[in-house]
Ligand binder design. Sequence first.
Ligand SMILES: Cc1cc2nc3c(=O)[nH]c(=O)nc-3n(C[C@H](O)[C@H](O)[C@H](O)COP(=O)(O)O)c2cc1C
Length: 205
Amino acid sequence: MANPKCLKFIVVISSTRHGRMSDRVLVQALKSISEQGHEYTVMDPKELKFPILEMPIHWYPDKTKAPQWLQDAEKTMLSADAFLFVSGEYNRCVPPAMANIIDHFGPNVFTAKAAGIISYSLGGGGKNVGLALTAMIQELGGMVTPAQCCINFVSTKLTEAGEFVEPDSADATALWGRIQRVVKQTAWYASAFNNQRKEYGDIPS
Ligand SMILES: Cc1cc2nc3c(=O)[nH]c(=O)nc-3n(C[C@H](O)[C@H](O)[C@H](O)COP(=O)(O)O)c2cc1C
């Protein structure tokens, strides 16, 4: 029987870079979503190959005139119960591939939807992009969970296959706990929004 609490996560990743770390972090993010009984679709800029923004979909007077790839992408985004942003940090900010995906959509996609953030850096940083993304998602009406997870020195913690380098270490256990916490909180808020929509309809505009 299908799990009635199963939610659909749209997971957006941030990098098209050769040798990107996003694939490593994604493995753990998706594992956490699956283990908690949820489904996901990944929005990967390397596969989607969105052009640099020419026109956001909500700016088309008639959305059926938007390119088909953009209409399809909006349909996917709108199918989300919850979002998870898995992002590296570029110049203390949101990488262009991630910002470019987000900028193609309007508040209709994000409003009253829960969003979790898992950020990472090759160095000691990663927190700043969490803050920058929070501002971006909130501007679009989304609700970022209080729990965030920042993975610094990511290449020393996750292998190329995305597994923990030292799975039995206290560090790995704590990190896995933080990843799970982000996903759990995102699911909790997403369910709360779904229940609220059932009871009261859409949020007043
Ligand atoms: C253009 C650029 C800017 C960066 N700026 C920062 C930064 O401000 N803070 C930081 O902690 N790491 C920074 N880094 C390092 C990235 O966090 C690191 O390379 C990470 O692996 C990027 O994600 P990716 O591998 O998925 O592309 C930067 C990397 C690039 C390519």
